[in-house]
Design a protein. Structure first.
Length: 158
């Protein structure tokens, strides 16, 4: 094969299965993130109240089990860390400080997983030695989980 032919079709594989690439859900999340970034580039025309209403709208669109957890987490985060601002991140509820996402909730339905996820970004101050958890699976939210999440969120913004 000549060098010209090789560069004309760089994605073609000669052996093995072709990659399926991203799932429909992953592509949808990337499109939502692109819209969020585009809105951020337009400037702070949309205020804090608009960002929170976007988060509440995303929560309202969730299936009942995820919606109940997301509503409780939203209230818990607002109480535990008032310095965090609600916003969407890849189309999911997230909470930021200084424009940087600190923590987020991911509905189980979003990527068709068996559990919802509550996670922290690298901006969260959770460092504990050489290894620490940054994401938690949630099947339900009890008082014990709420206490633990509240403490982690407070630590994350400290």
């Amino acid at each position: 094969m000549s060098p010209k032919q090789e560069t004309q079709n760089p994605g073609k594989r000669s052996a093995g299965k072709a990659s399926k690439g991203f799932t429909d859900e992953e592509r949808a999340a990337m499109r939502e993130r692109a819209r969020e970034l585009k809105a951020e580039r337009r400037g702070p025309r949309a205020g804090k109240a608009d960002a929170e209403s976007d988060v509440l709208a995303k929560i309202a669109d969730m299936p009942e089990a995820d919606r109940a957890m997301a509503e409780r987490l939203h209230a818990l985060i607002k109480t535990s860390a008032p310095a965090l601002s609600p916003r969407t991140w890849y189309g999911m509820p997230a909470y930021a400080k200084g424009g940087k996402v600190v923590c987020f909730f991911q509905s189980a339905q979003k990527f068709k997983t068996r559990y919802a996820t509550f996670g922290f970004s690298d901006k969260a101050h959770l460092d504990d030695g050489a290894m620490w958890p940054t994401s938690f699976a949630l099947k339900k939210l009890t008082a014990g989980e709420e206490r633990r999440i509240g403490a982690l969120v407070k630590q994350a913004v400290s």
